[in-house]
Ligand binder design. Structure first.
Ligand code: TZP
Ligand code: MG
Length: 222
């Protein structure tokens, strides 16, 4: 097996509370139908058994879509689910330990909040960083100090691995996030709990695609 390829364009981070209306699985299904490229199962209070149950349903829902399924923090759940990867933060286990547990064929994402931490991401272990938080957000009450787009750019410039931006991001912020060097945006409330999660994801994806087209056009201009 090989580590799966992945596209950070529109990275949906699920929140059980915000998704309560239609549930996390249906939210993910609709978001991926709209163009979300990655889905992270994040359920801080769920416990491993609930993570595994939801994760298995997510894996079934995403099968054949090309979207990657990432599990937050819980390596045991990720392995049971057969997820594409895991995402850890600075307060979780070290990247070396996470990589040892998940093996060489899983995607490993790491949250960083400073350029120093971004610079320490080991490309032999870590596949991408989640950089930010760009803005303060009520979705994660204990988030670190918001860094804005300039701070985001500094983190990403320091990182040896690709980055997805996170923290209060909505469709109008996509261009600035990509201009700061992010390959995509990680969002919770821009999709979870929205009246039309599919359309919300579609708009985000269209923004990312448009920005990527513009930057590839300008790179061939002489
Ligand atoms: N990590 C840093 S900010 C955040 C996480 C999980 C929450 C982002 O949520 P939203 O609703 O996209 O601001
Ligand atoms: Mg964590």
């Amino acid at each position: 097996m090989m580590r799966p390829t992945f596209d950070l364009a529109v990275y949906l981070v699920l929140d059980p509370g915000l998704c309560a209306g239609i549930g996390m699985v249906e939210t993910a299904r609709r978001a991926v139908a709209g163009g979300a490229t990655m889905v992270q199962l994040r359920d801080k209070d769920g416990g491993t058994a609930r993570m595994i149950e939801t994760g298995r349903a997510l894996k079934t829902a995403l099968a054949g879509t090309g979207a990657r399924l990432i599990v937050n923090d819980d390596v045991a759940a990720a392995v049971e689910i057969g997820a594409d990867g895991i995402h850890i933060g600075q307060g979780d286990m070290k990247a070396t330990e996470a990589r040892r547990l998940i093996g060489p064929d899983a995607i490993l994402g790491l949250t960083v909040e400073t350029p120093e931490l971004a610079a320490q991401a080991d490309p032999m272990l870590v596949d991408y960083i989640g950089a930010g938080p760009v803005f303060a957000t009520p979705t994660k009450l204990d988030h670190k100090t918001p860094v804005g787009f300039d701070g985001l750019a500094t983190q990403i410039a320091a990182s040896p691995v690709p980055a997805v931006a996170i923290g209060g991001l909505k469709a109008p912020h996509v261009a600035a996030a990509l201009a700061a060097g992010a390959l995509g945006v990680a969002v919770v409330s821009a999709i979870c709990g929205q009246p039309d999660p599919e359309q919300a994801a579609r708009i985000l994806r269209q923004e990312v695609n448009a920005c990527r087209r513009m930057s590839s056009d300008s790179s061939v201009r002489v």
